[in-house]
Design a protein around this ligand. Structure first.
Ligand code: ZN
Ligand code: ZN
Length: 297
């Protein structure tokens, strides 16, 4: 039973979430049904994490739960405020053709599933480079290090991002779609898919993926990305898809078990407020940490 679940959990949960969200679009309540799907996913994964954990030791408290949730709320809040603010000052009508049909070169008359796939692939290009830069360019790494400083992976650290890190990746990915004139429906689908895959990616559930890992970002791939060893960690930058990792040579999926002892080899203060300030301090210091991403070279 457990073995069967370990093979079917990822595709089954993702499909159910997509169906619930799709039903929301059909009945004109996409946000409500997206939230229901997200709640369903969180509860299911929480149960699976206890039933069949990938690493039992990752189920132990690391004292970071409050910080994880606070970073999630702050970065989501900041991004939403930014969207509202850009609408308020009229920026959105300039750069958000999403509001206006017929603007941009986006093929709005194509079937919606095709538009969504296109949207996910194109946005992923921005997400890939935002993430890769966050690892390979020291000023950004200081902020991204907050996400990587955890020593266990589970659903609650899915959204643990410094808000500067979140703003950067949203800007890079959404700008591509918005400047091409993608409709709002595509942006909502992209946000939903990113939310589902993000939580699946961080879950501490023993699963098998097979060919799914060739296409999608899975927990199996992302656990390598959280490795302390830079030769393993500076890989698998994809947020939803592995396409750009495959093309740019950063795909990493060796046939062995990813490390249990994950995290970073530099200091990160334990409290939320300190974690917000720490990257700015590092930035002002300007001096690279001895084990930062520059160690990759
Ligand atoms: Zn990363
Ligand atoms: Zn992660």
């Amino acid at each position: 039973m457990r073995y069967l679940l370990s093979w079917t959990a990822w595709p089954a949960l993702f499909t159910i979430c997509m169906l619930i969200t799709g039903y929301g679009f059909v009945t004109d309540q996409p946000v409500l049904f997206f939230n229901l799907a997200y709640l369903f996913l969180a509860v299911s994964l929480y149960i699976f994490e206890r039933m069949m954990p990938h690493e039992a030791v990752w189920n132990e408290d690391d004292g970071q739960t409050f910080a994880n949730i606070a970073h999630t709320l702050l970065s989501k809040g900041t991004v939403q405020t930014l969207v509202v603010f850009s609408t308020a000052i009229g920026l959105a009508t300039l750069v958000t053709p999403a509001a206006e049909a017929g603007h941009g070169i986006w093929p709005r008359d194509w079937p919606m599933p095709v538009q969504v796939v296109m949207g996910v692939v194109l946005a992923e290009f921005g997400l890939y480079w935002a993430h890769r830069l966050a690892h390979e360019w020291l000023p950004l790494w200081h902020f991204h290090a907050v996400h990587h400083s955890v020593t266990r992976l589970w659903i609650i650290n899915t959204g643990r991002f410094h808000f500067i890190d979140s703003i950067f990746s949203i800007l890079l990915s959404m700008t591509i779609l918005v400047s091409l004139g993608a409709p709002m429906e595509v942006l909502v689908w992209l946000s939903a898919i990113t939310a589902f895959i993000g939580m699946l990616t961080h879950c501490n559930v023993e699963m098998h993926f097979g060919p799914i890992s060739w296409v999608f970002n899975t927990p199996g791939l992302h656990r390598w990305h959280h490795s302390r060893d830079i030769s393993e960690g500076n890989k698998n930058y994809g947020e939803n898809l592995m396409l750009w990792d495959q093309l740019f040579g950063t795909y990493f999926n060796p046939p062995r078990r990813p490390p249990v002892n994950i995290g970073i080899n530099e200091y990160m203060p334990p409290r939320f407020g300190q974690q917000l300030a720490h990257p700015f301090r590092q930035l002002l210091k300007g001096k690279p940490h001895k084990n930062g991403p520059e160690a990759a070279e």
